[in-house]
Design a protein around this ligand. Sequence first.
Ligand SMILES: *Cc1c(COP(=O)(O)O)cnc(C)c1O
Length: 362
Amino acid sequence: MIKFLDLHKINERQRPEIDAAVKRVLDSGWYLLGKENEQFSKDFARYCGVKHVIPVANGLDALRLIVKAYGFGPGDEIIVPANTYIATVLAVSDNGCTPVLVEPDIATYNINPDLIEAAITPRTKAIMVVHLYGQAVEMEKIRILAEKYNLKIIEDAAQAHGAVWQGRKTGNLGDAAGFSFYPGKNLGALGDAGAVTTNDDELAAKIEALRNYGSKVKYQNLYQGLNSRMDELQAAVLDVKLPLLDKDNNRRREIADYYLKNITNPKIILPQAKYREGHVFHVFVVRTEERERFQNYLSENGIQTVIHYPVPPHKQPAYKELNNLNLPITEKIHREIISLPISQVMTDEEIKQVIEVVNAWK
Ligand SMILES: *Cc1c(COP(=O)(O)O)cnc(C)c1O
């Protein structure tokens, strides 16, 4: 069987280094807010080209903390893509802000910049873009709007570590960004972890305190914060894995190229990578009107697939107040998409097999 994602195989490639990092932390007797966090912050900041990296407990917290640090709350609106993972919307509503959902561009699946201005009101405070499926959002029009209406740009970069737009990496395309290092992400920890990136000194200092009970000096609380620190263990493991990220992303692009060139089944709509460095193919999402039948067929032929995602945020029971929104493009996408296996450890043989099976579907 071809697995959708083989995390064991991914981490096994660096087993001795990971073992040594885990041992180092265990031996140190220091498990939170220490040298490993410091080192990973420095290295990930250099990688993204940003001034500050604040490690936190997970990607949702990274986004929640950015919204909180800006002081956005009840009565404030934040524009988010309708086509996203629920975490983007949760980060907004968890702070008491109102998420304003904007339809995607069907070509990229990312927020459609041409539809944003109509969604801006006097209460709008920020635009939260999501580099969905690994493809960097094209920022020109969004930047112009942010300037015109004095809005912050927050990036949800949870799926797009290393994706580039106009020579700059995600995490460095707005005012602040949230990353996730959930095990299945392009850069994944051995459990939950996340980070905020920003070039804003004041925001960085505030988030650093907010994620640690609102405290800079032990037992002195500047803000009503939360507990959202990254374990030293996870920081140590991430620092071992970071040097492979570009190579891994390139392998994903190579697999995507094979798929794009060789999948010729007319029933399958392939994704579009607008330019090579802009997409790190966190997932390879195709569309078909007969999604269920296609998924069953692939499964019967030994190919594991996942749907990212089967139900859009505005149709979730958790968001009753959004259930009646009319978002036909988002709904069409959610009805038709399916993600084929793609990862840095897939073999050429497996890739060929996926292509053959997909092309043989009638
Ligand atoms: C994974 C993900 C998140 C949340 O990250 P966690 O670490 O799981 O909290 C946020 N946004 C998007 C788009 C994601 O894919």
